[in-house]
Design a protein around this ligand. Structure first.
Ligand code: F6P
Length: 583
C-alpha cells in the first residue's frame, strides 16, 4: 500500500476531518443527482467486470456490481490518501499505541507473523520491551503440544479416558471466533472429537451443552481475555460443579478437596491474559495459555483463544489458518491502494454509509459451513466501529458503523431477500462462496421434480448465488414484466429496480487458509473505515455501562427490597412482574 500524503493519523493526534477534504467534496458532488445505472455501465464498458475484479491471496473479489464509477473510485482513493490509511496501518503493525483510550498497541497482525523468513516489521520485533515473535510462537508451540496431546489421547481425563468433547466457555471474542471457525472447518475436525461452545449466562446454555456428556471424557477450556467476565466465570463454575458431581456419582473421584483439584487439573484449561486470575480460579498455570492486552477480544481467534480450533483440526491446519491471515495482512501492507481489496471494500462502505445513506450491510455466505460468519462479523464490525467520538475525544463528523447482518444463502433468499430486492432501503451485500465443496453431492434421479438426474447440487447452489447478484444489479423493467404477459395491475409489483449493490467473493475452497483470509479481509475493511471516520476501532467502552448496571441490579432481582426500591419506575415494575411470575 503506498501513500503519497502521510498525515500521521495515529496516536493522540487529531484525526483528519474527512469532510473537509477535496475528495469528500468531490464525492458529495457525484452524489448530487446520482443515478446509478449498472445496465448502462456494463453495456458501455465491456471491461468493467475485469477492471473491478481483484485478487487478494485466494480470494477473487468482484466489485463490478457496486454503485461505483471511475470518478467515485478516484475520489475514494484520494480520501484514503488524505486520511492516510497506509500510514495508520503501518503504525498499527509497528506497535504504536493506536488504541489511545486504552493506551495500547494493536497487534493482532503479529499473531500470524511466520516464525521463519522475512517479515515486516523486521525481526527482532520488540514493542514496549516485549519480544513479540518469541512470545507469540512460544504460546503457539504450547497450544500445539497440548492440541496434539488431546488429539493423540496422551492427555486423558482423571480416570484415564481420552477426551471426546471439548467445551469452550467464553463470550464475545472468546466465543464468536472459535465457534465460527470450528463450524467453518468442520470437514477438518478429527473423527471422535467434538467441540461445543457455551457463552450465554442463561443457565439453559450450559445445561444444553453438558447434560448429555460424559464428565470423564469432557475437557473444558475457559476462554476469557480478562478472566473477569461475569458470564464466563459463572458458566465455568457451573461446569466445574457439573464435573465434580458427575465424577463423584460415577465413583471416579473422592469427596475431598484434593480429589476435586485433581479433576480440575485434568478437565479444565484456560486461555487468558490474566494468568493470576486463572490460578485463583483453581486452574493450574501449566494448563493455561496466555495472550496479551494488545490483542482485542474480537481480534483474538488467531491467538490462544483458538485453542479449541487447534485441538479440533490439529496444529498443522491451525498453522495454515494463521498463514491465511498473514497473506491478507501482506496484501493490505503491499498492494497499491487501487488494487488493495480491504481498502477498496472499506472505502465502498464509506461511500454507501456517508453518501448514499445505507444503514445496514448484509453478509451472505453461500457455503453452509460459514453459517456463523455474519454473527462473528457483527462483533468485529459493530464493536469496532460503533462509535460517536473520534480518537482524540472529539465528536465524529459523519455517521459511523453499519449494522452488519446476514444468513447463509439460500435460506436468506426465502426470508429477507424480498426487502433487499424491492424494499426502499439501500442494502449493500457481500456474497461469499467457494468453488469446491467438501461434499460434492449429486442429486439422484427424481420422481418428476425440476432437478435433472445427476445434477451437481453445488452447481445448483451457486446458480442461486449468481442469479441473486445478477437480479440485484440489473433488475427487471416494467416492459420486461409486460413482455411476460403479466396483467397490467400487477406490473409495478413485479418490477425490480436493480442497481442494488453487491460484492462477490469467490475462493477455491473453504480451507483453513481461506477462513483466515476472510477474517483478515474484514478486519482490514473495519480498519479502513475506522481510519476514515477517525475512530479508535479497538476499544469497546459502549459495553461497560450495561455490565456495571447488571451487577448493581442483581440484588434487586434476587430479593433485596431496598435495592428494588432504588430502581427507576419502569425497571422496578418489570422486576416486580418477574418476581410475581417466578415460581
Ligand atoms: O463485550 C465486551 C467484551 O469485552 C468483548 O470485547 C470481549 O470479546 C468479551 O467482552 C469477552 O471478554 P473476555 O474475553 O475478557 O471474557
Amino acid at each position: 500500500m503506498t501513500s503519497t500524503t502521510p498525515t500521521a493519523s495515529t496516536g493522540e493526534n487529531a484525526p483528519v476531518d474527512p469532510t473537509t477534504t477535496d475528495a469528500w467534496a468531490a464525492l458529495g458532488r457525484v452524489k448530487e443527482g446520482f443515478r446509478p445505472d449498472l445496465r448502462a455501465w456494463f453495456a458501455d464498458d465491456p471491461g468493467r467486470a475485469q477492471r473491478y475484479t481483484f485478487q487478494a491471496a485466494d480470494l477473487t473479489v468482484d466489485l463490478s456490481k457496486n454503485l461505483l464509477t471511475d470518478e467515485i473510485l478516484q475520489a475514494l482513493l484520494q480520501l484514503a490518501q488524505d486520511v492516510d490509511v497506509a500510514g495508520r496501518y503501518r503504525a498499527m503493525i509497528s506497535g504504536e499505541h493506536i488504541n489511545v483510550t486504552e493506551d495500547r498497541a494493536v497487534l493482532h497482525t503479529a499473531l500470524r507473523r511466520p516464525e521463519s523468513g522475512d517479515v515486516e516489521p523486521a525481526k527482532p520485533f520488540e514493542v514496549d520491551g516485549q519480544d513479540i515473535d518469541r512470545d507469540v510462537h512460544g504460546v503457539l508451540h504450547k497450544v500445539a503440544d497440548f492440541a496434539n496431546a488431546v488429539r493423540s489421547g496422551s492427555w486423558t481425563g482423571v480416570t484415564g479416558k481420552r477426551v471426546a468433547t471439548v467445551v469452550n466457555i467464553g463470550i464475545g471474542g472468546s466465543d464468536l471466533g472459535p465457534v465460527m471457525v470450528y463450524e467453518a472447518l468442520k470437514p477438518y475436525v478429527q473423527e471422535g472429537l467434538e467441540v461445543r461452545f457455551v457463552s450465554n449466562i442463561d443457565p439453559s446454555d450450559v445445561y444444553e451443552k453438558t447434560h448429555d456428556l460424559d464428565p470423564e471424557t469432557t475437557l473444558f477450556i475457559v476462554a476469557s481475555k480478562t478472566f473477569g467476565t461475569l458470564e464466563t466465570l459463572t458458566n465455568a463454575r457451573l461446569a466445574r460443579q457439573w464435573l465434580w458431581e458427575g465424577l463423584a456419582k460415577a465413583g471416579a473421584i473422592e469427596d475431598t478437596d484434593e480429589s476435586r483439584r485433581g479433576a480440575v487439573s485434568k478437565h479444565f484449561v484456560a486461555v487468558s491474559t490474566a494468568l493470576d486470575k486463572v490460578q485463583a480460579f483453581g486452574i493450574d498455570p501449566d494448563n493455561a495459555f496466555g495472550f496479551w492486552d494488545w490483542v482485542g477480544g474480537r481480534y483474538s481467534v488467531d491467538s490462544a483463544i483458538g485453542t479449541s480450533v487447534a485441538i479440533a483440526v490439529g496444529p498443522d491446519r491451525f498453522a495454515e489458518f494463521l498463514a491465511g491471515f498473514h497473506a491478507i495482512d501482506e496484501h493490505m501492507r503491499t498492494a497499491p491502494l487501487e488494487q488493495n481489496v480491504p481498502v477498496l471494500m472499506g472505502l465502498l462502505n464509506v461511500w454507501y454509509t456517508n453518501f448514499l445513506d445505507a444503514q445496514t450491510h448484509a453478509v451472505l455466505p453461500y457455503t453452509q459451513y460459514l453459517h456463523r460468519f455474519p454473527a462473528y462479523l457483527q462483533q468485529l464490525t459493530m464493536e469496532s466501529n460503533g462509535k460517536s467520538v473520534r480518537w482524540d475525544g472529539s465528536p465524529v463528523v459523519t455517521d459511523t458503523g453499519e449494522v452488519f447482518w446476514g444468513e447463509p444463502g439460500t435460506n436468506g433468499q426465502h426470508a429477507f431477500y424480498q426487502l433487499i430486492h424491492q424494499g426502499t432501503r439501500l442494502i449493500p451485500a457481500d456474497f461469499i462462496t467457494v468453488a469446491n465443496p467438501p461434499h460434492p453431492l449429486k442429486d439422484q434421479v427424481g420422481d418428476g421434480g425440476a432437478v435433472q438426474p445427476g445434477t451437481d447440487v453445488h452447481a445448483l447452489f451457486l446458480a442461486n448465488f449468481f442469479a441473486q447478484t445478477k437480479a440485484l444489479a440489473f433488475g427487471k423493467t416494467a416492459d420486461e414484466v409486460r413482455a411476460e404477459g403479466t396483467a397490467e395491475k400487477v406490473v409495478t409489483a413485479r418490477v425490480f429496480s436493480g442497481n442494488r449493490p453487491t460484492t462477490s467473493i469467490i475462493a477455491p475452497a473453504l480451507t483453513p487458509s481461506v477462513v483466515g483470509q476472510l477474517i483478515a479481509l474484514y478486519e482490514h475493511i473495519v480498519f479502513t473505515e475506522g481510519t476514515v471516520w477517525g475512530i479508535d476501532s479497538f476499544d469497546q467502552w459502549g459495553v461497560e455501562l450495561g455490565k456495571k448496571l447488571a451487577q448493581e441490579i442483581t440484588p434487586a432481582v434476587t430479593g433485596d427490597a431496598d435495592a428494588l426500591e432504588q430502581q427507576d419506575p419502569s425497571t422496578k415494575s418489570l422486576i416486580r412482574r418477574y418476581l410475581e411470575l417466578r415460581e
